[in-house]
Design a protein around this ligand. Structure first.
Ligand code: ARG
Length: 465
């Protein structure tokens, strides 16, 4: 006779290659705590409903607690022959408490069990990610307040466009992260329903109380359709999509840190704590952590794409393909939390070179728009014409190899005689950023107000990191 849990009608042992392809214990062991919590809730409900005896339920609960402690102490033996975490726990329970263990799986299947575990796992992961993301927002907002008036070049097409403030730039990421948190919170809301009690796919004839297990496990309600409960993974797709977007945001910022810390830019410096040296080039200071934040975003997007492909075309209800939902999800969630921690560390660590930033901010005729705006505001010239005049002035300055504010007034007047001395008051980078007071603009006053608003808001939320 076959010794497997499902072995009743099987006579031969499984082929080694079946065992190799089928076993998920190497990764689903991560679900042990959720699996045990789910089993405890299920057993308590079975007893309360009179489906199993109170004595058996007590033995089961005590056995499960022992197993939890064994796993946490690293004493538990895992073996591929036992396939997955669910069979491991049940087999050990049988060793510990005998035949009563066999009653635990009444009115339940591994199909509803595994997805219950997974929903609990993802919920926990989101609950840890959210405060970590808030911690990163806080680090950014603090740095933004410190650099509310520090100017650096704002780029479009990576060409100097208009000066902006460093604080404003950092607050852009605070906004992005706020939407990322919103997406994860939203995913959490939708995933927090209990599949437990859907059994294999059709529900059960036992008088179970799905409300009771749902509430014992902190779910808002039981899922309403048993087929949906065992076969849907859109909660993972949603979480991975939100995680991917967040990782993409972090990778964009990481790329900027890589650029800014290159001596060619020289805008920021990371300390020894966040850089590495080269084994051959003694002068090097490499931003490895930032590069890895940029690079590891690929794993998270990869997880999303992998699961989308697994799910595509999969008929209802459970199919073993669904076992492929776990490894990438675990990896993506662990990776994202590492990326958030690394970014938080780098934001706190980086030191801005305000002089370099300011010099670069003024290069490339970045205040040309300010000149055009002055022509419109002071001389009532239509913007299109002002743009044309400014273009010619920039050309003249460029030929003379001078920045705009050094081009003599007489030169400007040969292009347009109406220009007066007053124009020089708007050509500095400091004036440029100061004037951008429109809502959402880069002016230091705006940045101070926004940074303070965020710090106040973040201070009220529970946080870590
Ligand atoms: N290890 C399986 C998974 O991850 C558990 C469910 C197995 N169910 C089954 N009918 N074989 O999906």
């Amino acid at each position: 006779m076959n010794k497997r849990m499902w072995g009743g009608r099987f006579e031969q042992e499984p082929d080694a290659v079946l065992e190799a392809i089928n076993a998920s214990i190497d990764f689903d062991r991560h679900l042990y705590a959720q699996d045990i919590a789910g089993s405890k809730a299920h057993a308590a409900m079975l007893a309360k409903q009179g489906i199993i005896g109170a004595d058996d339920a007590k033995k089961i609960a005590e056995g499960l607690d022992k197993i939890l402690a064994e796993i946490e102490r690293g004493e538990f033996k895992f073996s591929r022959a036992l396939e997955d975490i669910h069979t491991h726990v049940e087999a050990r329970l049988k060793e510990l408490i005998g035949p009563a263990a066999g009653r635990l799986h009444t009115a339940r299947s591994r199909n509803d069990q595994v997805v219950t575990d997974l929903r609990l796992y993802v919920r926990d992961a989101i609950d840890r990610l959210d405060p970590a993301l808030a911690g990163l927002q806080q680090a950014l907002a603090e740095k933004a307040l410190e650099h509310a008036a520090t100017v650096l070049p704002g780029f479009t097409h990576l060409q100097p466009a208009q000066p902006v403030t460093f604080g404003h730039h950092l607050l852009a990421y605070v906004e992005m992260l706020s939407r990322d948190r919103g997406r994860l919170t939203d995913a959490r809301k939708r995933l927090n329903e209990s599949p437990l009690g859907a059994a294999a796919l059709a529900g059960t004839s036992f008088p179970i109380d799905r409300e009771a297990t749902a509430s014992a496990l902190g779910f808002d309600r039981p899922m309403a359709n048993s087929l949906d409960a065992v076969s849907s993974r859109d909660f993972l797709l949603e979480t991975l999509a939100a995680s991917s977007i967040c990782a993409v945001h972090l990778s964009r910022f990481a790329e900027e840190i890589v650029n800014w810390s290159s001596p060619a830019f020289g805008f920021v410096r990371l300390s020894d704590r966040f850089t590495t040296g080269s084994s051959i080039m003694p002068q090097k200071r490499n931003p490895d952590a930032a590069e890895l934040v940029r690079g590891k975003a690929g794993r998270i997007v990869g997880a999303l794409v992998q699961l989308l492909v697994v799910m595509k075309g999969l008929p209802l209800a459970y199919a073993k393909d669904l076992q492929e939902d776990k490894e990438a999800t675990f990896d993506a969630l662990a990776t994202l939390s590492l990326l958030v921690a690394a970014m938080t560390g780098m934001v706190r660590d980086l030191v801005a070179d305000e002089k370099r930033m300011k010099a670069a901010a003024g290069a490339g005729y970045s205040t040309a728009t300010d000149l055009a705006d002055w022509l419109v505001q002071k001389l009532a010239i239509p913007f299109r014409e002002a743009h044309e005049i400014t273009g010619r002035i920039v050309n003249r300055a460029s030929e003379a190899n001078l920045p705009l504010h050094r081009l003599p007034l007489a030169e400007m007047q040969t292009i347009d005689g109406r220009i007066t001395d007053d124009v020089f008051s708007v050509l500095s980078v400091a004036h440029s950023v100061k004037s951008r007071t429109s809502y959402g603009g880069t002016a230091p006053a705006n940045v101070r107000r926004e940074a303070r608003k965020w710090l106040k808001k973040l201070d009220r939320a529970p946080r870590q990191g």
